[in-house]
Design a protein around this ligand. Structure first.
Ligand SMILES: [Zn+2]
Length: 855
């Protein structure tokens, strides 16, 4: 499916006529090419573009295009020339027209109320839906754009604005030529936009662009962008390469954000915030995403992966770098705890038989789109972090700087990075890290304390971890080099860090005199991408001193033990014992780490228990968490620290959603009315859980109020909060109304999949939602954009039963979603794993909740 090495584009000179009020746009381009002498046919990418006049030119003059041969399969057109081209350089003139698309890719239509915008989203392989091009990441070229549009519109692209020519009601905007870029990094946004003030970092002017009226929400983004750019320049030791930096909030946008060189596009929720009502979580996410995109200006834009199989070189690094930079800027935000939460889904996915390596062969564009998942981002970032920890931050940074300098404006593969790191570290790096990138899955490290002659040792044994207990021993047998970091605690409460590189299946790590070791935790700071399961004695000691582990380790321990339960390697009772110790847990993220598994139990296991046992389970949760919430209360003191505010919100979510706590539910219902009238009636961090909880038993008037509030929302976050909470209503008539909205323009295309995912999480709506998806597929599928399809498919195991599993398999066999092919296999696997776990866990839970044993 790849293009030939030659022709290679060197420069694209593109003239575009774009009017977002019209359904079509057109363009004319002149492409300068390096060619093989004697070239007779030129194949380049173009999809759903109508080609007009085209011709080639070499040193001898113009050459007619005799024939155009399209290939639907290859998404290309081949221009067959009248005569062979002479020499090694030629140019191609080409005219085309195309639709302003509806599916959030290529050059597409985004609406904001009555306003219409044309915006691009070209990654992975959709530049070919915008202009005829050599749409592969290693075919880098310079781009010079000029865009003609009605004078009332603003036009933003990668290059700086050079000049504007106005003729009557139209203008032509000329942009500066870019440095060499991959096609997927070209950007264009046209429409009524307003720009923030400019801030400068060195010589780089930074601005935020948004739909009119929202400029006042741009201050935080400007602050973050300035801080991040300065810190990134320092880290890489290279100035920002693209002259100016525009950050654009696009009103309908598939992904979170897109790192187009010099013109980064975002979902509105990830760029525009109101300092008075924003929650800390929203703010941290905005800072992280902006920093991620700016890290791409070096990792990705300046040095680009040679092909989509190495997508992780872009994404794993940008993900890791964002946490590193924001954490250094705001240590009090504890960004690495967010990272720990984010990577929990990567652990879950990577424990499936249908996982994939971080590095993954890509033949066709849909496979490139599939690779934008938690394995590439979060597992990838975890491996980068593990590598940095193993090499040391200074050595690692020297290697990265060498790699960026060596490949700037070019492309690179993983091996190029390993070489640069090896030169910096003066030791082999590839043998340690390549297995993590090239092989699927991750290790389980079983840790056991042994003593000999007064000395303590940790006996560790590795195998590949699978969620499915039925996977045979052969598939599990694997060794890979594991850089492991241990926290060793003395009886007097002192911590030591012990580092080891595990290269064999079994290793023994010396811990020192036995009487100097109270306990050991086998993945200090969760710095390695492994599941650690400790033997019973260690686990009891860890449980007894849970509060003395680092917060990330408490999150890790809860995650490892729950994974052990799922895989039939650890008893449920041990995990529940850890949960009973969380009543006084100060860190909201640790509560968050317990929330997911508890929600699974409530959703999957409780319905199979007798009423009395289910009530006891909810009572158990209430007994653990209600006293903590009672001490906090609903209102926050003025000087209350952020984590206390977030902890309150986490407790409300657990008590209201999982423990069915009548007081908390009533409290949420009593507070929604005042909150709808005045946003200052509620501590901002409580907005999420309260809006969601109040919806559960809400009737039509509350539904109408949410809809009105959503339409009149003052911030993008508020809009999304009320929009997605529509999916939490349980009355059947209201479920129908939410489903109908998914087909209407009230819900922008970008939010259709998130809304359906929420509906599938709602026990009162999920079966009807699945029926609706099947019945209305013809209307719905155009609103399920390719990049989000896998998210919808991944939410379907909520349907739980074998009947639904069969329906899901057969429905997508006849209605295939190419960008969700792997997600479908994973979803079907998860249906089975959940069923298996329900069968094992329900008796355990019944036993745990026996009246004479507990409470
Ligand atoms: Zn990215």
């Amino acid at each position: 499916m790849r293009l030939q090495e030659l022709p290679r584009p060197e420069r694209y000179d593109l003239a575009l006529w774009v009017n977002p009020a019209k359904d079509r746009f057109r363009g004319e381009g002149e492409l300068e090419l390096e060619i093989a002498p004697g070239t007779r046919a030129i194949e380049l990418h173009a999809v759903e573009l109508e080609l007009g006049a085209c011709s080639a030119r070499d040193a001898k003059g113009e050459v007619r295009v005799a024939r155009i041969r399209p290939s639907l399969e290859r998404e290309t057109v081949t221009l067959v020339l009248d005569r062979p081209l002479e020499g090694t350089r030629a140019s191609l003139r080409i005219a085309w027209a195309g639709p302003l698309r509806a599916d959030l890719r290529g050059l597409y239509l985004a609406r904001s109320g009555k306003r219409r915008y044309a915006a691009t989203q070209l990654e992975a392989a959709d530049a070919r839906r915008f202009f005829p091009c050599f749409d592969e990441p290693d075919k880098k070229a310079r781009f010079r754009l000029r865009v003609t549009t009605p004078t009332r519109y603003q036009v933003v692209s990668n290059g700086a604005l050079v000049r504007t020519e106005t003729r009557g009601s139209r203008k032509t905007v000329h942009f500066a030529e870019t440095p060499k870029l991959s096609t997927y990094l070209v950007a264009l946004v046209v429409g009524e936009l307003e720009a923030s003030r400019r801030v400068r970092v060195g010589r780089t002017p930074i601005r935020v662009w948004c739909v009119p009226g929202k400029k006042k929400l741009a201050g935080f983004a400007l602050e973050v962008a300035a801080v991040a750019l300065r810190r990134l320049e320092e880290y890489f030791g290279l100035p920002y390469p693209y002259g100016k930096l525009d950050l654009l909030a696009v009103p309908d946008f598939e992904f979170g954000a897109m790192e187009n060189a010099g013109a980064v596009t975002f979902r509105e929720t990830l760029l525009l915030v109101d300092a008075k009502t924003v929650t800390l979580g929203e703010k941290k996410r905005v800072a992280e995403v902006i920093t991620h995109e700016l890290a791409h200006m070096w990792y990705g834009d300046l040095v680009t992966m040679s092909w989509w199989d190495d997508l992780w070189l872009n994404e794993a690094f940008a993900t890791w770098m964002a946490f590193k930079i924001v954490d250094a800027w705001k240590p009090e935000w504890k960004m690495w705890l967010d990272f720990e939460s984010h990577r929990a889904p990567a652990f879950a996915l990577d424990a499936l038989e249908n996982t994939h390596p971080i590095y993954g062969p890509v033949a066709r564009p849909s496979e490139a789109t599939e690779n934008f998942d938690v394995i590439t981002y979060e597992k990838g970032a975890s491996v980068v972090r593990m590598l940095e920890s193993w090499l040391g931050p200074a050595v690692f940074r020297r290697g990265v700087q060498r790699y960026i300098r060596r490949h700037r404006e070019g492309n690179a593969r993983a091996a190029d990075l390993w070489r640069a790191l090896e030169l910096a570290a003066r030791k082999p790096v590839a043998p340690i890290v390549a297995p993590w990138v090239e092989r699927p899955g991750f290790p389980l490290v079983a840790a056991q304390r042994v003593e000999r002659a007064g000395q303590a040792f940790l006996l560790v044994e590795q195998e590949r971890f699978f969620a499915n207990p039925k996977v045979g021993a052969e598939a599990r047998t694997e060794t890979r080099p594991i850089p492991l970091v241990l926290r060793v605690r003395s009886p007097r409460g002192r911590d030591r860090i012990v580092r080891a590189l595990l290269e064999k299946k079994r290793s023994e790590i010396a811990l020192g005199p036995a009487d100097s070791v109270a306990w050991v935790y086998a993945n200090a700071d969760e710095s390695s991408f492994v599941r650690a399961l400790h033997d019973g004695a260690i686990l009891r000691a860890l449980g007894a001193e849970l509060g003395r582990l680092a917060p990330a380790e408490r999150m890790g321990l809860l995650g490892h033990q729950w994974a052990g339960v799922r895989a039939d390697r650890a008893p449920l009772a041990d995990w529940l014992e850890l949960v009973t110790r969380l009543g006084d847990e100060p860190e909201p993220d640790v509560l968050g780490a317990a929330h997911g598994p508890l929600a699974w139990l409530v959703d999957h296991a409780l319905p199979a228990l007798a009423g009395v046992h289910a009530a006891r389970f909810r009572g158990l949760l209430g007994g653990i968490f209600a006293p903590a919430f009672a001490r906090l209360g609903w209102s926050a003191g003025k000087s209350e620290p952020d984590e206390q505010r977030q902890r309150r919100a986490a407790l409300v979510a657990i008590l209201g959603n999982l423990a069915d706590d009548a007081d908390v539910r009533a409290g949420a219902e009593a507070r929604i009315g005042p909150y709808l009238k005045s946003r200052s009636a509620l501590e901002p961090n409580l907005a999420g859980p309260v809006v969601e909880l109040a919806a559960r038993n809400g009737a039509a008037p509350l539904f109408d109020a949410y809809l009105r509030t959503m339409k009149a929302a003052r911030t993008p976050q508020e809009r999304t909060r009320f929009e997605l909470a529509l999916a939490a209503f349980r009355a059947p008539a209201l479920v129908e109304r939410t489903l109908a909205l998914a087909l209407s323009e009230v819900v922008p295309t970008q939010d259709v999949v998130p809304l359906l995912v929420r509906l599938l999480a709602n026990p009162a709506a999920r079966e009807r939602t699945w029926e609706f998806i099947r019945e209305r597929w013809t209307d719905l599928s155009p609103r399920i954009s390719p990049g989000l399809a896998s998210r919808l498919v991944s939410a379907l195991p909520a349907l739980q039963t074998p009947l639904y599993r069969r329906q899901v398999a057969s429905f997508f066999a006849t209605h295939p979603l190419p960008t969700a092919a792997r997600a479908l296999k994973q979803a079907l696997e998860r249906f089975e794993l959940d069923a298996d776990l329900r069968g094992r866990i329900v008796p355990d839970l019944r036993e745990y909740l026996r009246p004479e044993v507990k409470l």
